[in-house]
Design a protein around this ligand. Structure first.
Ligand code: AHR
Length: 501
């Protein structure tokens, strides 16, 4: 059996595990909001119409932040449509998803939902069809305690306390020609800088995210970041990154190595930001908000918005069904995000419910977990303390898309206070089990608390509302002796091994 070797020493650290790594995303898109988090006829619905069972499952998933209200949707959104008495709110055309937006859920409802779900809101402002003033108005509505037009309106709508939203995205994917109000990097960089400057005049301690590239394959990738940051460096804290992966043309080997691309993406954006920094002779470092990432089969018919005269409310869109291989890739992308947490200070799994999501609802009915739910929930729950730099010696395999890729990928976290070390590891081999040997002698006295593996003989197995039974199971091969951990990793698998003193 092939062996991969890992050496771990808590002296070598990447940085703290950041809770914001485990963010997600709710967009007014398809059934994400309506019949997703919001379903007034559901037996568990609250006074706002939010499903209680979904709130409970969001907690189980361990989500930290939720980005809202888009996505492409935000680039045509008038946030004022979504406040005040629901019966007086306008219905609007949503150009991004060729839908009708009924505005039954808006800023106030979303903030109440966040409080219920115990998540931090991360808001996006519209820099597609709108600009500085509308962003300021929304900020005033959300964050000014009272005594001004918009803050008093919020209070009149029942929210006496400000929402204190810290993190704001300055538009969405403005590099994409599909974006309503798409801009050149010079145009966008300037608008982002001016919007950020004005928002900070209202509240200096905001955390502001400029749009980076919507994927690393964009023709403007790199140059976009350079120009936007040249315009907006002093005004923003983050540059965003978005990446979606899927198995193309039956090439499972390349798909399983998707995290190679994510690592490269992060390194390229960081290098570009640092080059701008060097030219500006400043100490300030720009961080990365990886605020859309996931597996998404973009070539499937239901990934395309409807066309023609039909402008439906909450159509079925982007309802990808995830298989076991997809879940292994999601687990591996989380390994990459953790490994890069010195630079990636926030991330959002896109999205949360129904739309390319780890959880699915039936209108008025059942709620069930996709395969991708499990690696996210377990990583979010158990990654704690510091992310460690691990030394990995893995055999490689050839991929069509990424060249030679390591067969095994891994990271580890060390929670000194709890005395807990957690290893997250994937085996990307399509055919072979791999033996993992980890030298943990630097932390004497460790024992295995729990070892679980997500794998299935049929890697294309997907959960349904009737059967979501393939979940991580105990890996009985994991054992430690004299500080040396060994475990067998099945082909196409994600594994978490928790050890404690
Ligand atoms: O998450 C789905 C869509 O993907 C978002 O609306 C957009 O920002 C991205 O292209």
């Amino acid at each position: 059996m092939t062996t991969a070797r890992l050496t771990i020493d808590p002296v070598f650290r990447v940085g703290p595990v950041r809770r914001r790594t485990f963010g997600s995303f709710v967009e007014h898109l398809g059934r994400s909001v309506y019949s997703g988090i919001h379903d007034p006829d559901h037996p568990t619905a609250d006074a706002d119409g939010f499903r209680g069972d979904v709130v409970d499952m969001v907690k189980e998933l361990g989500v930290s932040t939720v980005r809202y209200p888009g996505g492409n949707f935000v680039s045509g959104y008038r946030w004022e449509d979504g406040i005040g008495p629901v019966e007086r709110r306008p219905r609007r055309v949503d150009l991004a998803w060729h839908s009708t937006e009924p505005n039954l859920v808006g800023t106030d409802e979303f903030m109440r939902w966040c409080a219920k779900a115990g998540v931090e809101p991360m808001m996006a402002v519209n820099l597609g069809t709108r600009g500085v003033q509308e962003a300021l108005d929304l900020l005033e509505y959300c964050n000014v305690p009272g005594g001004t037009y918009w803050s008093d309106l919020r209070r009149a709508h029942g929210a006496l306390e400000p929402y204190r939203v810290k993190m704001w995205c300055l538009g969405n994917e403005m590099d994409g020609p599909w974006q309503t109000g798409h801009k050149t990097p010079e145009e966008y960089g300037r608008l982002a800088a001016e919007t950020a400057r004005a928002m900070r005049q209202m509240q200096p301690d905001l955390e502001l995210v400029a749009c980076g590239s919507s994927q690393s394959s964009m023709p403007t990738f790199g140059e976009w970041e350079r120009i936007v940051l040249t315009e907006a460096y002093d005004q923003v804290d983050y540059i965003s990154a978005h990446a979606y992966y899927w198995e193309e043309d039956g090439d499972l080997g390349s798909f399983l190595a998707s995290a190679v691309d994510m690592d490269h993406f992060v390194a390229s954006v960081a290098a570009t930001a640092d080059a701008v920094r060097a030219r500006r002779k400043t100490d300030k470092q720009i961080h990365i908000s990886f605020d859309e990432w996931n597996v998404w089969y973009q070539d499937r018919a239901e990934s395309k918005p409807p066309t023609g005269d039909d402008w439906p409310v909450a159509p079925v869109l982007l309802e990808d069904r995830y298989n076991v291989a997809d879940a292994v890739v999601v687990g591996n992308l989380l390994i990459s995000l953790l490994r890069n947490s010195d630079r990636v200070h926030a991330a959002s799994l896109a999205q949360l419910v129904n739309v390319i999501a780890p959880m699915m609802t039936e209108p008025g009915g059942r709620l069930w977990k996709q395969t991708t739910f499990h690696p996210f929930a377990l990583t979010s729950t158990h990654a704690a303390g510091e992310v460690l730099q691990v030394a990995l010696d893995s055999p490689t395999y050839e991929t069509a898309r990424f060249g030679d890729a390591p067969l095994v990928d891994a990271t580890a976290t060390w929670d000194e206070r709890a005395g807990e070390l957690v290893v997250f590891v994937v085996n990307r081999s399509v055919t072979e089990e791999v033996r993992l040997e980890a030298d943990l002698r630097s932390v004497p006295g460790l024992r295995v608390v729990e070892a679980v593996t997500l794998a299935n003989p049929d890697v294309y197995w997907s959960a349904t509302a009737d059967d979501d039974s393939v979940a991580p199971r105990a890996n009985s091969t994991a054992a430690i002796a004299d500080g040396r951990l060994a475990a067998v990793l099945p082909a196409v698998s994600w594994t978490m091994i928790r050890l404690a003193r």
